[in-house]
Design a protein around this ligand. Structure first.
Ligand code: MG
Length: 259
């Protein structure tokens, strides 16, 4: 039986990637006199991935990588005024209003009445705390986890600490790599709600249906989540978390659940 639902935040509860896309447009324009957009994008991504271990995720890490890439791509010719533009762009991103996805507030509010809700997000601690405070959703969550990386070890650590068996946990998010695959790998449930934009660093292949035994679903929006969770909990076998009975449920198909 699912008793606890974990929510990703960026591009699951509130819009995030469009803020980065707008900043990328400004960045490409700034460096246009040295390189074309494709080269700028490729080199920036390489810099970001190279810095991930040192800086982690978030806007401040992104800004440092933008500055480093700009110095490289301009052959050291970028001037202080142009560096200042990159910094101003980052500050603008950090001050951006938090805009909830359609139906997010309603779904979270509804589910909070029957389930323990967790928020599990990665990125810059201060920025994520700011966004959560501005979202007006914080009071619905029993626990807030702002982590450095969302992998199987992170989810295992959080669930162990909160004493939540993976079979009773469902994770919801827009990233297969960060939200879905690690949760499924632990034996938890997962619901993918794709967002129309996905950062290159979050790309991953969908799980094989045979490997996840009906524990993976996909929905168009958060609005459909309360009904899906009710259906999953109504299926015989979810109460005992028996893999065999889940397998049978999957074989017979489950409405609204694309695995
Ligand atoms: Mg996300």
């Amino acid at each position: 039986m699912i008793t606890t639902i974990g929510f990703d935040a960026d591009d699951t509860l509130w819009h995030n990637e469009p803020i980065f896309e707008a900043a990328h447009d400004r960045y490409r324009a700034l460096l246009a006199r040295w390189h074309d957009a494709a080269t700028i994008d490729r080199r920036l991504f390489t810099t970001e991935m190279g810095n991930l271990e040192l800086y982690g995720y978030g806007i401040k890490a992104h800004a440092l990588s933008c500055i480093e890439t700009a110095i490289e791509l301009s052959g050291g010719d970028i001037c202080a005024a142009e560096i200042r533009e990159i910094i101003a762009s980052a500050k603008e991103m950090l001050a951006h209003p938090v805009e909830l996805l359609a139906g997010a507030g309603e779904a979270v509010g509804q589910l909070a009445g029957s389930f323990q809700l967790l928020l599990i997000t990665k990125g810059d601690l201060r920025d994520q705390e700011r966004k959560l405070a501005k979202s007006g959703l914080a009071h619905h969550f029993a626990h807030i986890e702002i982590v450095a990386e969302k992998n199987a070890e992170t989810y295992a650590r959080v669930l162990r600490r909160l004493q939540i068996p993976p079979a009773h946990f469902l994770m919801v998010g827009n990233s297969l790599k960060s939200d879905i695959l690690p949760a499924l790998g632990l034996g938890a449930w997962a619901v993918l709600i794709p967002y129309h934009l996905l950062w290159q660093g979050e790309q991953a292949a969908a799980p094989l249906p045979s490997a996840v035994a009906g524990r993976f679903s996909q929905l168009p929006t958060l609005r459909e989540l309360p009904a899906l969770v009710a259906r999953l909990n109504a299926v015989p076998g979810t109460t005992t978390a028996s893999e065999d009975s889940r397998q049978k449920s999957e074989e017979h198909g489950r409405p609204g659940c694309s695995s």
